[in-house]
Design a protein around this ligand. Sequence first.
Ligand SMILES: Cc1ncc(COP(=O)(O)O)c(C=O)c1O
Length: 385
Amino acid sequence: MSYDTGALRAAEFPWAPRGEALFLDHASTGPLPQRTRNVIADAGARRAEPFRLRAEDFFPVLERARERAGRLIGAPAGSIALVTNTSHGVNIAARTLPYGVGDVVLSTAGEFPANVYPWMAATRARGAEFRMLPLAGHLPDEAAIMRAIESDARVKGVALSWVSYWSGHRFDLAAIGAACRKRGIWLFVDAIQGVGAVELDVVAAQVDILACGAQKWLCSPWGTGFCYVRPELITQLEPAEVGWMAQPATADFRAFLDYDASWFDDARRFEVVTLDFVNFGAMAESIGLFLELGVRDVAAHVASFAAQASAFVAANPAITLLTPAEPSRRAGVLALRPPDLDAASQRLHDAKVFHSVREGCVRLAPHFYNTPAELGRALELIAAS
Ligand SMILES: Cc1ncc(COP(=O)(O)O)c(C=O)c1O
């Protein structure tokens, strides 16, 4: 690991070393780094007294947010639409990607509702089927998914969460993307539980559309996120929700009335403005921290926690780690099943260790500034029945 966690904590998360709380719940809501808090305070002060706002407080902020979000996943800024949450991006995919009567959109059981309900609604509206293949044990049945992609002619697209919100299972996107491309069908990915914790190259993985809220692993404000649309696909997709700046015709604010409904050729065609300039500036600032530290180094740090949890459960067999053992199949979410779930959660709660309980497991989600000692403390509390 090449960055100094102590310096990072001192500069960006000064509350962490004070020990008031041990926050291991980044799969729910990420904290805002100090640099991001500063941006919000500065830009927020100008927003409160709008005569203080400068030209650079508006559209250059959004451009920076698109550019940095793109850089994070190996994509050009023009392929990024800013969205207010993951669900908005899921809806863009569900309502614009091609499929019709009798077609199947393939997914798996165990998905977070944000990647279920928009598909149920959109497939119902088009007379298509949203098919969630059963789990194999507690994990997605990847072999069955691959078989359906390769051999079921009705399958026209695949919609999956890259990383599971509860088990922490991570799909091999490159394998699924390659299989989809070979069949000429599309791949949609909900990436909110992965981006910021693991490296991703959307081009190499051949993802068609990816949605990612920034409020968790990207330590950004609520109401911020992004949606990647594969550049070659953008001009083939007709936005279902229509913003008033999705068209070049709106660029001249002194003359709005020469309406021309032609879309932008880039992903701005999917944006519905007015967006929150302050909070997207904050998102750009938080993503900037990840880019500065290096996504690879952040990912290595996060991966070390899974290794630590694996070693701990090996020595504490009463606790089951439901997160896959194979490092390439996990990210930052750790799902632990102790024999006394409620009591274990209460012990964590009493010790001010922030965590979640999901689907019968304690979910720990340590991030890039946490320490092995912090995770160790949480694991000991879980085991202390
Ligand atoms: C896999 C997954 N998708 C989406 C979300 C949240 O969606 P949104 O950003 O629309 O609130 C979560 C939050 O828990 C999640 O775990």
